[in-house]
Design a protein around this ligand. Structure first.
Ligand code: CAA
Length: 258
């Protein structure tokens, strides 16, 4: 598969996607988002891949949806073509864990793309923001919903209503980011984290991801019930037997992903 706006490679059991539209600070145009959708679907379907990392450049993870591309769209066009939903939802549908490795700007749709991933690892240079109000619109790729669920109402309102950016340290403090690394180490550390995830049983990891994701979609009682069914289901896998037996026998587990 060939891509013009992405670099896609595998490192061991990790699929690494680099957004590669540097002159536009990785502005997320339709072509880039279509290519990203194809790339994540291909890695999700590849049995040799256990986890995916999405990263950008040192300067920008992504500076948002492509303003120049969308500035003249009419309501009829965006509604009729299902703008955003059509090209942007692929990442949130991937079943394997997806890590956003963010250096530099993650603004507007860039911040929203990072939040569609399962966790965000950041360089100390990272800057997150939802500046849409400054250009006469509002976040349109899930920002008002995902950001609010992650950081709470007051912080989300502050970011969405002022358009101001926050740095990596603050993003980690408020729970938007899982860990912060020196910029030079970011991609290697993200791949290391993805490798660790990929070393575990694939079906068990998929169940763990589904269970945590459910917490954002449902009530506590329903979420706990969902978790309990999945927890019980892990006992139907060979990998649960292998993992617990290996612990008891003081050896490393040899997962077969079934
Ligand atoms: N869309 C299109 N092009 C963009 C872009 C974007 N979102 N962000 C940056 N670019 C382009 C610039 O136009 C510029 O192109 P030229 O060299 O051809 O002039 C190039 O990338 C470099 O950008 P700057 O010269 O502006 O770089 P800077 O270092 O001075 O500023 C910045 C960096 C603060 C990120 C600034 O580029 C900026 O404010 N970008 C827009 C951020 C933004 O508003 N994002 C939200 C978009 S709306 C959205 O995402 C909707 C949604 O929810 C789905």
């Amino acid at each position: 598969m060939s891509y013009e706006m992405l670099l896609v490679e595998t490192r061991g059991a990790v699929g690494l996607i680099t957004l590669n539209r540097p002159k536009a600070l990785n502005a997320l145009c339709a072509q880039l988002m279509q290519e990203l959708g194809r790339a994540v679907a291909a890695l999700d379907a590849d049995d040799a891949v256990g986890a995916i990392v999405i990263t950008g450049s040192e300067r920008a993870f992504a500076a948002g949806a492509d303003i120049k591309e969308m500035k003249d769209f009419t309501f009829a066009e965006v509604f009729g073509s299902n703008f955003i939903t059509r090209d942007w939802e692929h990442v949130s549908r991937v079943r394997k864990p997806v890590i956003a490795a963010v250096a530099g700007f993650a603004l507007g749709g860039g911040c929203e793309l990072a939040m569609m991933c399962d966790m965000i690892l950041a360089a100390d240079t990272a800057k997150f923001g939802q500046p849409e109000v400054t250009i006469g619109t509002i976040p349109g790729a899930g920002g008002t919903q995902r950001l609010t669920r992650v950081v709470g109402k007051s912080k989300a309102m502050h970011m969405v209503l002022t358009g101001e950016m926050i740095g990596a340290e603050e993003a980690e403090r408020i729970g938007l980011v899982a860990k912060v690394y020196p910029a030079a180490d970011l991609v290697a550390e993200a791949v290391k984290t993805a490798e660790k995830i990929a070393s575990f049983s694939r079906p068990i990891i998929a169940m763990a991801k589904e269970a945590v994701s459910k917490a954002y979609e449902t009530t506590l009682t329903e979420g706990i019930g969902f978790e309990r069914r999945l927890f019980h289901a892990t006992f139907a896998t060979d990998d649960q037997k292998e993992g617990m037996t290996a612990f008891a026998e003081k050896r490393k587990a040899d997962y077969k992903h079934r």
